[in-house]
Design a protein around this ligand. Structure first.
Ligand code: FAD
Length: 386
């Protein structure tokens, strides 16, 4: 067993940590307040190679390992979770499935601009009537000459209106269930893609999330991922990997809240001493410390496993479930440690509390993660560690 980071992992973490503390943390609160998408910051992230981290070098990406990517997401989320989600979707739910399931021609044409950060990417799975039960989606596709035409409604699409390239799931015929669903790569810069006004969200307020209507949106027949009918396979494999990014985002938010709580507890005095010296507060901080560390190593190990043979579903669901639930407990405790000041917008924990909330919801709710784990347990012969 080796718990050392590689040279590259350490370099990525230190570089992103420095960038995040200089460029992301100072404006995070103002961006949250204004609900402004920071296009300039994404340009800089592209220049640093952070928008194509998992994409192979042959397609213009950085070709990095899964843990380097997670360390980058964690450090970005520690400074600004809104930026982290945009970085995560373009890397992991857009470029990753294209690199894994796209044809050579498709990869050569769409990956380099994404990997350079010239354009951003995202994914359109969710619909108004299909969230956790993705196989019940209603967006349809039909063939016309050398293109597919996609029609339907998508909901809660991160980076809609700011990203150009989306992985989209649609069905040939909803009565076929999961077997009718295929995955496509859609260029959103066309009249058939109508983006609605951004959602007014509780947290992640400087990330854009919007509903999208597809009205005969055109996709060339070369832009299908996998074969016809393999859309659910593409989506589930993608989510198995991308969920680790949400676990890393949760770790970053929790770490930031923990840092704030420690600083505050050392400096705030009540009953004649710093509140960290009151056992009830010290014990809270101790729980936060232990839970954060446990979630972190579960997530890092899942990243390591993701590059080895074997099914990832159970491991990645465990990491996402544990890290996101932990983050919600840690941010709540951090607010409590701040007393009334934790309820004020002047203190970072208030934003962290709101930003953490969605981590148990998107890319599969905690209930969905438990379903994934329970399904894997049903098929296991033994639960003893390998
Ligand atoms: C900020 C934000 C960004 C998002 N970005 C994207 C994006 O970029 N692309 C995209 O495609 N989607 C995106 N989503 C959508 C997100 O993935 C869905 O909201 C999520 O999968 C849950 O779906 P739902 O909202 O329809 O909830 P539902 O599926 O309706 O679930 C409602 C509740 O019922 C529970 N539930 C449902 N079924 C079961 C069951 N069988 N057993 C037990 N409990 C169950 C759920 O756990 C949940 O608590 C985003 C959402 C948010 C909030």
């Amino acid at each position: 067993m080796d718990f050392e980071f590689s040279e590259q992992q350490r370099m990525v973490r230190d570089m992103v940590r420095a960038f995040a503390s200089e460029r992301l943390r100072p404006g995070a609160s103002a961006r949250d307040e204004k609900g402004e998408f920071p296009a300039d910051i994404f340009r800089e992230l592209g220049e640093l190679g952070l928008l194509g981290m998992l994409t192979p070098e042959s397609y213009g990406g950085a070709g990095m390992d899964a843990l380097s990517y997670l360390l980058a997401i964690e450090e970005i989320a520690r400074a600004d979770a809104s930026v982290a989600v945009g970085v995560s979707v373009t890397n992991s739910v857009c470029q990753w499935p294209i690199a894994r399931f796209g044809s050579e021609t498709l990869k050569r044409s769409v990956l380099p601009p994404l990997a350079r950060g010239d354009v951003l990417g995202g994914i359109m799975l969710t619909e108004p009537g299909a969230g956790s039960d993705l196989a019940s989606l209603r967006t349809t596709y039909r063939v016309e000459g050398d293109r597919f035409l996609l029609s339907g409604s998508k909901a809660w699409i991160t980076s809609a209106g700011v990203a150009a390239t989306f992985v989209v799931l649609a069905t040939r015929d909803a009565s076929l269930g999961a077997k009718g669903i295929s995955a496509f790569v859609l260029d959103a810069r066309q009249p058939g893609v109508v983006v609605h006004p951004p959602e007014r969200k509780m947290g992640l307020r400087s990330s854009v999330t919007a509903a999208v209507t597809l009205e005969d949106a055109e996709v060339p027949t070369t832009a299908m991922l996998g074969s016809e009918g393999e859309g659910m396979k593409v989506a589930l494999a993608t989510l198995d990997h991308s969920r680790l990014g949400i676990a890393a985002q949760a770790l970053g938010i929790a770490q930031a809240a923990f840092d704030e709580a420690i600083t505050y507890a050392k400096q705030r005095e009540q009953f004649g001493k710093p509140i960290i010296e009151h056992q009830a507060v010290g014990f809270r901080l101790a729980d936060m410390d232990a839970e954060l560390e446990a979630s972190r190593w579960l997530t890092y190990r899942a990243a390591w496993l993701s590059e080895r043979p074997g099914r990832l579903s159970r491991t990645s669901a465990q990491a996402k479930l544990v890290a996101s639930e932990m983050a919600n407990r840690v941010v709540a405790l951090a607010v409590q440690v701040h007393g009334g000041y934790g309820f004020s917008r002047e203190f970072a924990v208030e934003r962290l509390y709101r930003d953490a909330r969605v981590t148990t919801i998107y890319e599969g709710t905690s209930e969905v993660q438990r379903m994934v784990i329970a399904r894997a347990l049903r098929d296991l012969e033994t639960t003893a560690p390998a």
